[in-house]
Write a new protein. Sequence first.
Length: 502
Amino acid sequence: MLVAVENIIRSNYTKKGKKIFGTVFLGFFVWNTLSIYWVYNALKMVGEVVALPISIIPYSLGPLLMATAFWLYYRLRLTTTRGISLFGLVCFWIGYEYLHQSWDLAFPWMTLGNGFAITHQWVQWYEYTGVYGGTVWIWTLNIMLFLIYTGLKEAQNKGLRIKLISTFVIILAFPLSFSLYRYYSYQEQRDPSNIVVVQPNIDPYAKETTMPASKQIGILMHLSDSLGQANTEFFLWPETAIPDGLNEDSIRTNNYFLQAQHFLNKYKNGNLITGAETFKIYNNRATKTAKPFDPQGSQFYDDFNAAVNIENSAEVQFYHKSKLVPGAESLPFGSALSFLKPVFDHLGGATGSYGSQAEPGVFYSQSGIGAAPVICYETIWGEWIAGSVRKGAQFIAIITNDGWWEDTPGKDQHLDYAKLRAIETRRWVCRSANTGISAFINQRGDVVQHTKWWVRTAIKQDINLNSDLTFYVLHGDYLAKIGSLLAVLGIVFVVFRVIRRK
């Protein structure tokens, strides 16, 4: 893409900025769509014909931001040197990635640093940088190759070419060598905890419609009992394992809760982390997402895609999914579109109706073990999960339902991304997926044990708890924030030069 843009810059085209934007958008649209085509499967429930135009949004939104980054690079190139503008391009790109992780239309799936999830041995240094370190690495290597390639056409000075090649080799070899050394020398501190992960393999459509919740809980308990032992400390059930709405304020009298707690009677130190559909009722509109509970409007309520920690006591802990899927689980730019709230109220609080919580959560067992509850889509947010670790989480508990995507690369990518969270935090990841792939991932990012797709089963593992905090856990996405700040300064500079020229 760098070469293609360079060819446009050096051509006789008129309106080069428009040409660059269109070329970059088309190229990255193809790449983006081929990588996440499976998103369409998750939308088919609204109708196959309707799902197609909706799918265009995630397919094209990322490429639009990518093309904008290249267009800004071109504008910067008009008034500065190639070296400065290439540095600016990296900042503009990081700014796009951080924006696409932070705004209401967030979809950071295609962050470049995520690509190393399938070669996690190469990026053990993510414990210092997070995935944005991978983005910077990719860009730096590509820019060095670009400068070497263009130098061949520009009669580049031999000494400069040798320096560029040497720099490229160093930038490639040093992080890779450090990572492999760290991977093979890393030793976990022994602090075992027995965990059982359950994969009920219930069709996601039947789960919400034809199969009674009591039957689903029965399947989950049977699978749990097949592997549970006296020292099992956590059982992990998938996202919305309890599909019927639970009133959080009266959950202790709910039959499904009592059924689950009765199951725990034989495991005195056991905790059950399960996904559930829950709700809370308020006497006023306590949150931005609250909807009328009765026709008179005297009470309001929030629905939650929740994780619940149940134990052998009256203590119940809740975590509300916070990184919500735009459109399906949250109304993008809800404050700006608040005038539409009466419409959604009239429709019964349709699309974008889930509530959330402002901070990451931690579940604590009676023995003091901290678990980071992570629900589905939240797996991609390294900084969010790091927040749970800072609060005391000693392992990461991911609950998800990837059955909507069917047997596509989406489920595999989702599992692979969990390996990066293990490296960033140096925590074991225990992953319960309704239809698969469920897994245990160690602190180096190795998948130690996993299930097959679309199989009803359970797996157990003695994991090692960890209380040490990595540099990334302490400082989060500092690279992204620095890059974004520089990107804003670059945009201000470009705008200033355009105004000044006019």
